[in-house]
Design a protein around this ligand. Structure first.
Ligand code: ARG
Length: 554
């Protein structure tokens, strides 16, 4: 990679001539293209940093990728040479090779993982979209990734639904909306009538014991609730390698509780619940069995980790959920460590802030839900207006473009925020074509394609010639792509890639506004078309890593 090569050239030279390994990085604006500090080197030689930087920079001549070096505030600033730009441009032609930094290490990502019996709402979308981007990024950097969907049904929620089906009549419930209504209605009844709690506990117990009636109801709930969930995945272009239902983990969970008791980690407390004491680790106690002996979400997560490790021998396993579950996962990981699971340090949780709508926080129990499907519909409608305002497409085409724009916009709106922060979701805002949106990036792709189409066969670009300020900027940005992807992948931070792509699109706009492409003199034309092509390839690849497709036209 060109940037790596250039950095290596500097390192080798400084090492050889000055005997230290410089920490080469990106400087503040106005301090060159790359820079490194000389403070330690100065201290070692009892010189002032300014002097040391002065001396080192004077010796940095005759380099291939740099035309000059300057000292500034104890740093050496480096400026790329025309050869750097020419080589960078030649490199883009080949496209970016996938890296093998991951060395085929095994990664399991637990994401989306909705609760059976409920439709996907916008709150779930964050886990789904983030997890998918993690999978794409890590696959790109050479990991072997298992995309795992953990479907939760062995909890109170489904138990309440089963009571509801009994109360309201199982045959009346046909669609996911019926289920949701059932859920809201039964939640109200639960508040008024504590006797129902008993019924729900009983249903759970019967489920754990394999009771036929209960399982029949469970299958019905699964069938109704998962069909639309799967449709949503399809619309979003999200896939999984496996689905795990938590109910199958019950026997294994019970075994682990026994093991924990034997190992002196878990105890029955005064309420009859079995808990793992985690006070010593500054964590709340972890309840693993209810007083009636049924397992909980917590218990099944212990079994799930064992199950996955047995099956996949993962090097890393990442869970993507709302940060409300931060403590839960710390408890799970600590308990597994106390149980002596060697893989425990390989578990990682990424918690994210809540998604709200302009009307406020979402809550299934209170019926304030925004179903993913409805949200996407609204986003598609607003996108369609934007598309139509620009050009009069036939209906089918406008629909297709609007769908791609809306989905891309939704994904981008989720991915560009650091996970810790909350997101307020507004369909009208995220589908705008201007400003820092997914649509703006898609539009940049379409513009690049348009120019290349008009240009026809690309003239061969030969090295040599000058790069002006805008061309340089764009070229440097392009050269940074592999590093950004590597960093986003390693740290599981897709927003780094989002920021990068926005900056790239901005640089491209500035380049395009200032440097005529098709009307440029022959030598410039070849170079500029090469830049357009490289920008296109980078935008497409970057968007693909975020799970976003660009429409043919828009
Ligand atoms: N179903 C849970 C929820 O919607 C998330 C499950 C996350 N994965 C896990 N292994 N606990 O809150």
């Amino acid at each position: 990679m060109i940037l790596e090569k250039a950095i290596q050239e500097i390192r080798d030279r400084v090492e050889r001539d000055y005997g230290f390994a410089p920490a080469v990085g990106e400087p503040r604006q106005g301090y060159g293209d790359l820079a490194f500090p000389c403070f330690e080197h100065a201290a070692a030689h009892k010189a002032s940093p300014a002097k040391a930087a002065e001396e080192v920079s004077r010796g940095l001549v005759g380099l291939k990728h740099f035309e000059r070096a300057e000292a500034a505030n104890g740093f050496v600033s480096l400026y790329f040479s025309p050869a750097f730009y020419a080589e960078a441009l030649a490199e883009f032609k080949e496209g970016y090779a996938k890296s093998n930094a991951g060395k085929k290490r095994k990664l399991v990502i637990d994401y989306s993982s909705p609760n059976v019996g409920k439709p996907l709402h916008v709150g779930h979308i964050r886990s789904t979209i983030l997890g998918d981007a993690f999978a794409r990024l890590r696959t790109h950097s050479g990991w072997s990734v298992t995309r795992s969907n953990y479907l939760c049904e062995a909890g109170t929620q489904v138990a309440m639904l089963m009571v509801a089906l009994e109360e309201f009549g199982i045959d009346k419930v046909k669609t996911e909306r019926d289920l949701l209504d059932c859920y809201v209605r039964i939640s109200k009844q639960f508040k008024e009538n504590p006797a129902l709690e008993e019924k729900a506990r009983d249903a759970l117990e019967r489920m754990e014991n394999g009771d036929e009636t209960v399982w029949k109801a469970l299958h019905k709930v699964r069938e109704i609730s998962l069909a639309p969930v799967r449709k949503n995945y399809e619309l979003l272009g999200i896939e999984f390698d496996e689905e795990i239902f938590d109910s199958v983990l019950v026997p294994r969970s019970l075994e682990i509780v026994e093991e924990a008791k034997k190992k002196g980690i878990a105890f029955k407390d005064e309420h009859g619940e079995t808990v793992v004491k985690l006070e010593d680790y500054k964590l709340p106690n972890f309840i693993v069995l209810r007083s009636n002996g049924t397992t909980l979400y917590s218990t099944r997560d212990l079994a799930l980790a064992d199950e996955r490790f047995e099956k996949r021998a993962f090097d890393e396993c990442v869970y993507v959920t709302a940060s409300e579950q931060n403590t839960h996962f710390r408890q799970v990981f600590k308990t597994l460590e106390l149980l002596g699971r060697e893989y425990a340090p390989r578990l990682k949780h990424v918690g994210f802030g809540l998604i709200s709508i302009p009307e406020g926080k979402l809550s299934t129990r209170e019926g304030r839900v925004l179903l993913l499907e409805d949200f996407l519909k609204a986003a598609i409608e607003t996108a369609k207006k934007e598309v139509r305002a620009r050009q009069d497409y036939p209906d089918a085409e406008a629909n297709k473009i609007a769908e791609q724009v809306a989905i891309g916009a939704t994904k981008f709106a989720v991915l560009r925020v650091t996970p810790e922060k909350g997101i307020v979701f507004n369909p009208a805002e995220i589908t705008r074509f201007e400003g820092h949106t997914g649509a703006f990036l898609q539009y940049s792709v379409v513009r690049c394609r348009g120019i290349l189409e008009k240009a026809g066969r690309l003239p061969a670009f030969k090295a040599g010639g000058e790069f002006d300020e805008h061309e340089k900027r764009l070229c440097k940005r392009l050269a940074a792509f592999p590093r950004v992807v590597e960093s986003a992948s390693r740290q599981l931070q897709p927003h780094q890639l989002c920021d990068y792509l926005l900056a790239l699109a901005d640089d491209y706009s500035a380049f395009y506004a200032n440097c005529p492409v098709l009307k440029a003199p022959e030598a410039d034309k070849a170079k500029r078309l090469a830049l357009v092509k490289a920008t296109l390839g980078t935008l497409e690849e970057g968007l693909d890593l975020l799970g976003i497709q660009a429409p043919e036209k828009m």
